[in-house]
Design a protein. Structure first.
Length: 345
């Protein structure tokens, strides 16, 4: 199976496959007039990471779906990454995933069925590690390889985290380095160096398990994850929903090794520019480097966490105790709404 490089069979890769934010706005415009269910705690009105349904016993069901085209060439690793990415949406709501169903599109005339089996086995490995049942799924014969999961999880309603509930003077933290979209573009163009490949795959396969613990912290006021719309896109969603702005301290942003080397060669994903075109009117003082890194579409990116400022020391100790000592510097601070959602310093 080694003769098949999956990224050669797809137009996009990972969360970079997402429809551009401004185009998605047009698609979803006036689509919120369906059934109004009093038990639906989170729907699609505020662009959160998953839907949430009140079960009536103090618990809620978290339901999400995520799928994309290959971001790496190895089928087993692709399955692991796609599963980790989909499951992380449950953690981004403060919940615990319990059940998943697979979504598979496979070009049967181009790629052998045994390769699709490797994708499923990769997803099963991640699910087994997290004690999530991969219970079934659906498949189609498609023009390009596609894989992902529909995932259900549970959360105590008092622990539910939203992307829309940040408050003024909150500190914002990010739990992963940026740059996976840039490195994935280099891989797709056969430009990625071996020393950068291992770090990319480790980053892509890392599940945001921390989210379940974050749900228990009352001083965490808002939570989301950073995926295809880039850090700026997902931060702006958080800020707009709460009618806030933020000052972003770029020097506290951590990048994957090699990112600036590839951006200097203009090896970047196309969706990076689409992200900027969607959000540029909400951003002030973008720089030559930060243009690429802050707009880079992330696959299974880190958690974006808003924290009450008076709990800064307590929260940073919490991060250190949970093996996130490298991410204890806040990347931004929220403030009263101004002309721009994000001001970069």
């Amino acid at each position: 199976m080694n003769e098949f490089n999956l990224t050669e069979f797809s137009k996009g890769s990972g969360c970079g496959c997402k429809i551009a934010p401004d185009v998605l706005e047009k698609i979803l415009n006036n689509t919120n007039s369906g059934l109004i269910d009093k038990n639906l705690l989170v729907g699609n009105s505020l662009k959160d990471d998953a839907a949430v349904y009140d079960l009536g016993n103090g618990q809620a069901l978290i339901s999400t779906v995520d799928f994309f085209m290959p971001i790496v060439n190895d089928a087993f690793t692709f399955g692991k990454i796609a599963a980790a990415n989909a499951i992380s949406d449950v953690y981004a709501m403060g919940g615990k995933p319990i059940l998943a169903n697979a979504i598979l599109g496979w070009p049967i005339d181009k790629l052998p069925a045994e390769l699709a089996q490797q994708v499923i086995l990769g997803a099963q490995e991640i699910c087994k590690e997290l004690n999530v049942s991969l219970a079934g799924g659906h498949s189609i014969d498609s023009q390009e390889p596609i894989f992902g999961l529909a995932v259900n999880g549970l959360v105590q309603i008092k622990n539910l985290k939203r992307n829309s509930t940040a408050q003024e003077n909150n500190l914002i933290y990010l739990t992963k380095p940026l740059g996976s979209g840039v490195l994935a573009a280099a891989l797709k163009r056969n430009k990625l160096k071996e020393e950068h490949k291992a770090a990319l795959i480790k980053n892509l396969c890392q599940v945001n398990l921390l989210g379940e613990k974050l749900g228990e912290l009352q001083h965490v006021t808002a939570l989301t994850d950073v995926t295809g719309f880039g850090l700026l896109g997902h931060m702006i969603e958080m800020l707009n929903a709460a009618n806030l702005s933020a000052e972003l301290d770029y020097k506290n942003i951590i990048l994957l090794s090699g990112v600036t080397e590839y951006t200097s060669q203009m090896i970047v994903p196309d969706n990076l520019y689409r992200n900027w075109n969607s959000y540029k009117n909400n951003v002030n003082n973008i720089g030559a480097e930060s243009f690429f890194t802050l707009n880079d579409p992330q696959t299974n990116g880190g958690l974006l966490i808003a924290v009450a400022e008076k709990h800064q020391q307590e929260f940073e100790t919490f991060l250190t105790e949970n093996d996130f000592a490298n991410f204890t510097k806040p990347i931004a601070k929220t403030m009263e709404r101004g002309e721009f959602a994000v001001v970069i310093k």
